[in-house]
Design a protein around this ligand. Sequence first.
Ligand code: ATP
Length: 517
Amino acid sequence: MAQQEDVFKKIVSHCKEYGFVFPSSDIYDGLAAVYDYGQNGVELKNNIKQYWWQSMVLLHENIVGIDAAIFMHPTTWKASGHVDAFNDPLIDNRDSKKRYRADVLIEEQMAKYEDKIQKEIEKAQKRFGDSFDEAKFRATNERVLENQQKYDDLHRRFHDVMNAEGGIDLDGLKQIILDEGIVCPISGTRNWTDVRQFNLMFKTEMGSTADGASTIYLRPETAQGIFVNYLNVQKTGRMKLPFGIAQIGKAFRNEIVARQFIFRMREFEQMEMQFFIQPGTELDWFQKWKAYRMKWHQNLGFGAENYRFHDHDKLAHYANAATDIEFRMPFGFKEVEGIHSRTNFDLSQHAKYSGKKIEYFDPETNESYTPYVIETSIGVDRMFLSIMCHSYEEQQLPDGQTRTVLHLPAALAPVKLAVFPLTKKDGMPEKAQEIINELRFHFNCKYEEKDQIGKRYRRMDAIGCPYCVTVDQQTLEDNTVTLRDRDTMEQKRVHISELRGIIEDKVSITSLLKKLL
Ligand code: ATP
């Protein structure tokens, strides 16, 4: 674990050192849980967004996009339930003065039991090799059974407390923390305050006070911008059910515990798609979207073993199915995306609060009804972090040296091709520039002439650039260059005219999209 934390720290400093992510307002020592994306970060982020957007809007004829404003009529948040219920249960440790989410403390405790079980299994796997029978081991090993029992008991208690009549049982949450002997990681004590509810929405004012300014909120999710535009899009786009509306945009939450870098931010970006369907078909569509979204993730080639579904125990009162897609981060499996079957809750609430009829006339059944919704909701920043964590490697090379390399999927890499003149003379820089001038219309290229070639390779490895080309004396004679591959470090001699053909397909978002079909 300590080693993993170490790796995570290195990734955070790598992100800063190579222009991916900076603390916000860095010269003023940053702003808690707010970050800026640098010159390489913004490219990677844009590529992630493009991969998502195109997989939704380009590949599905029945999905269209919108871009709604961040500010919305305040009644929106009354209708959606956010004013009354977008709360997290918080608890303070009196000694360290640190604040925690009470539910997260308990979830971490459950993860500890799971970890213990996993460790026993891994140990036994090593001991027994091929003859290892995991199911039998789980059913018979004493230590596994003991931890499983603790996990199950805690799980049941937590579920009951979170789903108590009339909302979360705050005293019950605290009692679990006390009974489990959970200590503050900073002070190491159990000196906890009571658990309180805390609303996560940021408020501001619109209009001058003389006019009677009204309180408005920075949207805590992009989804409501889609729901309030359902009628506009359905009518003007003449959309027939089932159809979806996709949106990418900023969201804001005054998170209680904002640690772990860009995993939990106060200003972040979401990519959400609401899929409107006929009531009664929701569980079928839920399964379809679950499968499609998992495919989208796994399509990046990070290995299926690094993903899992986490089906929700605690369903919002309006939802009838919900799951998270979790990715193995250096600090454990963590949610990257949520998929929710939200029934007709949101549209009905907006109909009620706005007084407008929000329905769909189904020409096939000659009926009007309020559509049901399946939502897929993913955080751009969390996706960015998962990609960074998986791609980062400090690699031992056969010659005893190490290199830091980002094995980014080529289609997402900020820079696709770096072109180096071997020396700054004999027309090599001009030749290198010529290559860039030709290829820059097709993908992102970078020119580098400083330092030895080896150092230039390392700099490009560190930002995940999949290809480097070197222009040398021979290039001037026969128009061939050396093309070097980031992952294998192999070099081959190719003709300049071949470069585009070799590289373009591998670095285009289209190459990823084709694998989704
Ligand atoms: P969590 O349980 O981690 O607080 P959530 O279940 O509240 O997340 P949703 O409301 O389902 O999250 O939001 C959908 C997605 O938005 C999440 O899967 C995550 O990727 C992203 N997201 C949510 N909150 C944040 C945040 N504070 N910072 C960065 N990304 C976030």
